[in-house]
Design a protein around this ligand. Structure first.
Ligand code: SF4
Ligand code: SF4
Length: 315
């Protein structure tokens, strides 16, 4: 949810099928990552594409008749940076936060394991585990990126042959949301800034790249159009949700003997979760897609070359 100038709670997260990848009909586009919201009958809401300078009318505050409606049965996939931020909010480590407040799920497009916020009641249609009837979101300052974005959706696509992905925003107008009838107007850029979205986008960027690439592979059959191994999926989940486990992996296995990581980086990842996350994403990209995000140390490289030569029968 976003808060307006009165310090009041704004929209929540039903904007949430979000991470659902789907095949894009346009053959020049590899894949889209976010699908936007669905209406109550399950059909997707038609998005209107917006640039950062486009303005839209919206305000959410305690006086709206739909107050808190959108924090019920919301589908909030947590990004790695959401998890770090929420864990800090509760002064626990991420693994404890995950155990207390989330449920495991599969990312629809890529099939990779992710985690979602618990919605209460048996059918998961009840209020978010963090919602307070009277005051709204109880973790407002640490709320997830999905909640910050609403009622904007974020789409991402990559043109064939291009390495960089393109992001686009769209406005989600769900029938129950009265905030669109308010007079307050802001540009997409102003809204993003008010909601503090930037650091989330920055720190999650490479994670989203991974989801997107896997989605593309699965839907269109990439160069190695096949599923990744169960072990790799476990590694993806570990980096995404349990940074302490990944730190043990880096410092207590042969990781640092295998990869050429400079000393400053080693020092940074020893203590800084955010830096370690980025190393984790680089490692995943290397392992999953063979991207040159990490270099092998010279002896490891020589061994690999020798093994490849043997395999080819060379000398
Ligand atoms: S439905 Fe819309 S206006 Fe109502 S509380 Fe949620 S975001 Fe605010
Ligand atoms: S964290 Fe929960 S209560 Fe807070 S805005 Fe998101 S869905 Fe609503």
């Amino acid at each position: 949810m976003s808060r307006d100038d009165d310090g009041i709670l704004s929209p929540p997260p039903s904007a949430s099928e979000e991470m659902a990848g789907r095949r894009e009909a346009n053959s020049d586009v590899e894949a889209t990552l976010f699908e936007g919201v669905r209406t109550s009958d399950g059909s997707p809401v038609e998005p209107v594409k917006l640039t950062l300078d486009d303005a839209f009318k919206f305000r959410c505050h305690k006086g709206v008749s739909c107050w808190n409606a959108c924090c019920h049965g919301a589908d909030v996939t947590l990004s790695p940076y959401d998890i770090l931020t929420l864990a800090k909010h509760f002064s626990v480590r991420p693994s404890q936060f995950i155990a207390d407040f989330t449920l495991p799920a599969l990312h629809e497009g890529s099939g990779l394991p992710v985690t979602k916020l618990v919605m209460t009641e048996k059918d998961g249609k009840g209020p978010c585990v963090f919602m307070h009837e009277e005051n709204g979101c109880s973790v407002y300052d640490a709320r997830p990126a999905t909640c910050r974005y609403y009622p904007l959706g974020l789409g991402a696509y990559k043109l064939k042959g291009h390495e960089e992905r393109e992001d686009m925003h769209f406005l989600v107008k769900e029938a129950h949301c009265e905030g669109h009838k308010e007079e307050q107007q802001q540009t997409v850029g102003e809204f993003r800034s008010d909601q503090g979205i930037e650091p989330y986008d920055l720190l999650n960027q490479r994670w989203i790249d991974i989801l997107m690439k896997m989605t593309s592979w699965k839907t269109m059959g990439g160069p190695m159009g096949k599923d990744v191994s169960t072990q790799t999926k476990k590694m993806f989940y570990m980096v995404s949700t349990d940074i302490d486990a990944f730190r043990r992996f880096v410092f207590e296995t042969k990781f640092l003997e295998t990869y050429d990581i400079d000393d400053d980086m080693i020092e940074a990842v020893r203590t800084k979760d955010e830096a370690l996350l980025q190393l984790g994403f680089d490692w995943l990209k290397n392992v999953m897609f063979n991207e040159e995000t990490l270099s092998l140390r010279e002896p490891v490289l020589q061994q690999a070359i020798a093994a490849a030569r043997d395999e080819m029968g060379g000398s």
